[in-house]
Ligand binder design. Structure first.
Ligand code: GUN
Length: 293
């Protein structure tokens, strides 16, 4: 056991604060005669975990007064049919955000799907244009989990400027974008991956450690610098229990902040999806006209 008092971050509490603010903004839009923002959620196949995720996203929309539409397509849907649906949603003025739940069946190319989504409605920030804007530092829509990580760090009062930040995992949806956001906030960032040599030693230098690998409990106690802020993005089911990428119990007394695998970053990801949908709504002509003050 170390000597540091570890704060377990309550991501749900922060998520609820931010959702209350958005609910207020949407109720003002609607009271002024505007339509509510609308998120379209597309699921191909009937993977139970994906179904449960999209239900959670739609429930979160409903709770803040946002509309959502669900498009459930059979597992054998062709790529052409999915791209046709996306074209329709792009053209539909009543839809502000489009989310295609991942993973997709093997027969569908996720890059082709990402490229089909209108960048103005790209609330998952997967389109190359959206990713390019993030690189250039002028993106309005930014991947949800990375935004959630940054909001948690800010809420905890973690100083990012000048900090050494280490990100484990280089996915397009978490590792790469969060490393860019940390760098833009003036951290010195190291992006680690499966070929990184002496990963433990690199992690031990981190004032801010972001773990996004999906490998349960891979980050051990002696990988963590005493006093570090540890953002655990991974959630894997092990023996019926949700487990993060960090050995949560072992990090107690070493990390200053740690996010738990339940009520940690997860609720913040959904909150940032709502945020992106509201941003997309306001940026589109149909939303701008109604919300201009
Ligand atoms: N599947 C797991 N996480 C995500 C996510 O953030 N977005 C999408 N579209 N699918 C996911």
């Amino acid at each position: 056991m170390g000597t540091i008092e570890t704060t377990v971050v309550n991501g749900l509490e922060l998520a609820n604060e931010l959702r209350d603010e958005m609910a207020q903004q949407i109720s003002e839009i609607v009271a002024a005669g505007g339509r509510a923002p609308c998120l379209a959620v597309v699921l191909v196949g009937d993977d139970p975990a994906s179904r449960s995720y999209i239900k959670g996203k739609q429930r979160a929309c409903g709770r803040i007064g946002m509309d959502s539409r669900e498009h459930l397509l059979p597992a054998d849907t062709s790529q052409t049919n999915l791209l046709d649906l996306i074209k329709d949603l792009n053209a539909d003025d009543g839809v502000d955000g489009i989310l295609v739940q991942l993973p997709l069946p093997d027969a569908i190319d996720p890059d082709a799907v990402a490229e089909a989504i209108d960048p103005a409605k790209d609330v998952d920030a997967l389109h190359p244009t959206t990713a390019g804007r993030l690189l250039r530092g002028n993106a309005e829509l930014i991947s949800c989990t990375p935004l959630g990580v940054m909001a948690v760090l800010e809420k905890c009062g973690v100083e990012i400027e000048g900090a050494r930040a280490v990100v484990i995992g280089r996915s397009n949806i978490v590792g790469k974008p969060v490393s860019i956001l940390l760098q833009q906030a003036n951290a010195t960032v190291t992006l680690c991956h499966s070929r990184t040599k002496d990963l433990a030693a690199v992690c031990r230098e981190a004032d801010i450690l972001v773990a996004a690998t999906g490998r349960p409990r891979m980050v051990k106690a002696d990988w963590i610098k005493p006093g570090a802020a540890v953002m655990d993005v991974g959630v894997t089911e092990v023996d019926g229990k949700l487990v993060g990428d960090v050995d949560f119990d072992a990090a107690q007394g070493i990390a200053k902040y740690i996010t738990p695998s339940r009520r940690g970053i997860g609720p913040m990801t959904i909150t940032m999806l709502l945020r992106n949908t509201l941003v997309a709504y306001r940026s589109r002509p149909s939303g701008r006209a109604r919300t201009a003050s």
